[in-house]
Design a binder for this molecule. Structure first.
Ligand code: AP5
Ligand code: MG
Length: 215
């Protein structure tokens, strides 16, 4: 049987990256994430795409969306070579959702629901491993040794867009552009709404069950 096509939706900080890691380990799919792909290419010259700014960095550090043409190309390329995937961070507006429907079909659509003030707390306290990408949190998920990754010993850092000001702008952009995408998918048989405010292991139990019952 071919591997599942899974879409994970949710606001900044809802736990998409955290849950995607479990999905990859359990279902053997690829993690296709526009956020990580863009962070790895933050200073790429995109000026020939007729964009307002010349690099992804200038959009990301403001909490704005990188232009559709740039992210559509990243996703199309990644999905064409993936045998099963969890797609995280895309689509973020209705135009991208339309684009995605022309690229692939979806077996499971997950939406992680978390209250806004909790999201601000999670994001401003997040620390990420510069080597393996594992997430920690200064209060909720502390590493054994401060600043050092439990998984690989790599150095932990704070993402450039995790300052409170940028976090609030990211949440505003989510409400305006991405909430309509969730509303668009809701009601389909593939769609499952997950309570993302539970402890990470409990969220994972719900995510796993939702995938298993749809594949
Ligand atoms: P992206 O990297 O996708 O960021 P995001 O959507 O803002 O989401 P995050 O990665 O911040 O949160 P997450 O849901 O993955 O949560 P996590 O698991 O880390 O995008 C960044 C930028 O790139 C955008 O702003 C935009 O500029 C650009 N971009 C990306 N895609 C684009 C697109 N399609 N179009 C245009 N532009 C695009 O968890 C967060 C924290 O909470 C961690 O510390 C974690 O340990 C903790 N945590 C997780 N789960 C729990 C739990 N259950 N309880 C308590 N704490 C928890
Ligand atoms: Mg993420």
């Amino acid at each position: 049987m071919s591997k599942p096509h899974i879409l994970i939706l949710g606001a900044p900080g809802a736990g998409k990256g955290t849950q995607s890691k479990h999905i990859v380990e359990t279902f053997g799919v690829e993690h296709v994430t526009t956020g990580d792909a863009l962070r790895a290419n933050k200073d790429m010259d995109i000026s020939d795409m007729d964009t307002e700014y010349d690099t992804p960095r200038e959009y990301m550090d403001r909490g704005e969306l990188v232009p559709d043409a740039v992210v559509n190309a990243i996703v199309e390329e990644a999905l064409s070579s993936a045998d099963g995937y969890v797609l995280d961070g895309y689509p973020r507006n209705l135009e991208q959702a339309e684009e995605l429907s022309e690229m692939t079909d979806l077996d499971v659509i997950l939406s992680l629901d978390v209250d806004t003030e909790e999201l601000v707390d999670r994001l401003t306290g997040r620390r990420v491993c510069t080597e393996c990408g594992t997430n920690f949190h200064v209060k909720y998920s502390q590493p054994e040794e401060e600043g050092v990754c439990d998984e690989c010993g790599g150095e932990l850092h704070q993402r450039d867009d995790d300052t409170e000001e940028t976090v609030r702008e990211r949440l505003r952009v989510f409400e305006e552009n991405t909430q309509p995408v969730i509303d668009f998918y809701e009601g389909r048989d593939e769609f499952a709404s997950i309570d993302g405010e539970q402890a990470p292991d409990d969220v994972w139990a719900d995510v796993k069950a939702a995938i298993e019952s749809r594949t």
